[in-house]
Design a protein around this ligand. Structure first.
Ligand code: UDX
Length: 474
């Protein structure tokens, strides 16, 4: 009988703690403290995600302006969903920003995430300057610190970097031994801009590369607590495998896009074919799947272009040319120029023609223009003498830095279309999806529309406008 009560008590406690966890309350009496170095998309989402689930977090960056904004509860970039959570975490004191104080961030916490940028060098290989400088500072801080500490590389780095670059710096600067005095993990992120915060809270998988089991297990325990009752698959690997998983995943997605864009280019040669239908049916095959088969003007952003280049450069350093990835990159280089080709087909010369460009960001729900397809399109249109009027719902400030006075900026779709000879849909913002053929006709000088993202129904648009679209054989 007593045993029965004891069992019932244990069962109730487990259920209660699961229930508490589901409300974001940890059953652990002492939760680890976390620091995050680098507050770009990845770092800030990680910091706010952890702080919003009850961990005490220090966010650190060398850009004082960014940290000032964060401490006022203002995200330094546009990312849906993060604004409210950030200000909540700052108000509650669970998150605080520190500028240039890596040592304090390390000494005061148990885990340090490194989420600094790894930009491309001119030859495509990655620039490790920021990683090296942060590793150096963490190493110095570890020297002053008593007790075990885990450093986690979240930045995308080519295979071998954590082991051969970060680890020696940490050991040299701290005078301590990895595995014994401190731990080192590589934990790639798979966040998509525009849904980066949601992706942080709901991951498909967590990959933990570790130098030794102790560090890997401790980080796994942190994630099990963080995800509480919805723990995604957690896979522990070596450091280099974790690094390669990230590149392989992005290279696969980029290749899928270049593949479907190649099919789109074939469709355009064969009357009666439509890449949208082809992709939809291909996607029904479970082995292929429907995602990342949207043909368009190619991929942009801070990851795919940079990561494909870096993986090519890294392979070449090992005397291997990954031809498939070289082709992926080449297809993507020419894909945006299809929009200009369509313009020429409809207008002849582009000299003094007014072209309306709808959407500048590299994808919807972000103000980011890194490697945006709008950049090569606009450059080519300008080179051929066209005048550009562009509209993007949020990316004006970032676009202005790139295009400056070379183009005009409209503050609405109507303003963008007014007097235009042709319109190119470059980014598929949801507000553009609602536009009708009559709307384009009513506002443009010539009703010529190029759908670069396949958001309009050709059956409807073809009847009322001069309409061209990626992957439409007509
Ligand atoms: C990507 C990865 O998805 C993410 O896992 C990784 O961590 C970072 O890189 P992101 O760059 O935010 O995320 O954007 P994503 O939604 O993947 O789109 C990248 C580019 O591919 C965009 O320019 C988008 O327009 C383009 N794209 C995407 C296509 O052209 N077709 C598709 O079917 C999907």
């Amino acid at each position: 009988m007593l045993l029965c009560y004891v069992n019932l008590y244990i069962f109730s406690m487990i259920t209660l703690s699961k229930l508490l966890l589901s409300f974001g309350v940890s059953s652990l009496s002492k939760r680890p403290k976390i620091s995050v170095i680098g507050v770009g998309y990845v770092g800030l989402c990680t910091a706010v995600g952890l702080a919003s689930r009850g961990y005490s977090v220090i966010a650190c960056d060398i850009e004082v302006e960014k940290i000032n904004k964060i401490n006022q509860g203002i995200p330094p970039f546009f990312e849906p969903g993060i604004q409210e959570k950030l200000s909540e975490c700052i108000r509650s004191g669970m998150l605080k920003g520190l500028a240039n104080e890596t040592d304090r961030a390390v000494v005061e916490t148990d885990f340090t995430y490194v989420a600094v940028g790894t930009p491309s060098k001119p030859d495509g290989s990655i620039d490790l300057t920021y990683i090296e400088s942060v590793a150096l500072n963490i190493g110095k801080a570890l020297k002053q610190k008593n007790g075990y500490h885990i450093t986690i590389i979240k930045s995308t780095v080519v295979p071998g970097t954590t082991q051969n670059v970060v680890l020696p710096l940490l050991e040299r600067e701290s005078g301590k031994k990895c595995d014994v005095d401190f731990g080192l993990c590589m934990n790639p992120e798979f966040l998509r801009q525009g849904s980066a915060f949601q992706d942080t809270l709901n991951a498909d998988r967590v990959v933990i590369g570790s130098h030794d089991k102790q560090a890997g297990d401790k980080l796994e325990a942190l994630y099990r607590d963080f995800y509480s009752i919805h723990v995604p698959p957690i896979i522990q690997t070596t450091l280099s495998t974790a690094e390669l998983i990230k590149y392989a995943s992005n290279a696969m997605l980029a290749t899928k896009i270049s593949f479907i864009n190649t099919i789109a280019n074939i469709c355009e040669k064969i009357p009666g074919t439509d890449v949208k239908v082809v992709a939809e049916v291909m996607g029904l095959d479970k082995r292929i799947g429907p995602q990342f088969l949207d043909a368009g003007l190619g991929y942009g952003g801070s990851c795919f272009p940079k990561d494909v280049k870096a993986l090519i450069a890294c392979s070449e350093a090992f005397d291997y040319t990954p031809e498939l990835l070289v082709a992926t990159e080449n297809v993507n280089k020419y894909q945006p120029l299809k929009a200009v080709e369509f313009c020429r087909q409809q207008l002849g010369t582009l000299k003094d023609k007014q072209i309306a460009v709808l959407g500048l960001a590299f994808k919807p729900d972000t103000d980011d223009l890194r490697e945006a397809r709008a950049i090569p399109i606009i450059a080519q249109l300008l080179a051929e003498g066209a005048c550009i009027v562009a509209y993007d719902p949020v990316a004006f400030p970032t676009a202005n830095v790139i295009f400056k006075n070379s183009i005009r900026y409209a503050d609405s779709v109507v303003g963008c279309l007014k007097g235009a000879d042709c319109c190119i849909l470059v980014t598929e913002w949801s507000e553009f999806k609602k536009l009708t053929p009559d709307f384009f006709k009513a506002h443009m000088k010539q009703a010529i529309l190029i759908d670069g993202r396949r958001i309009y129904d050709p059956q409807i648009f073809n009847k009322k406008l001069i309409f061209s679209a990626i992957g439409l054989g007509q």
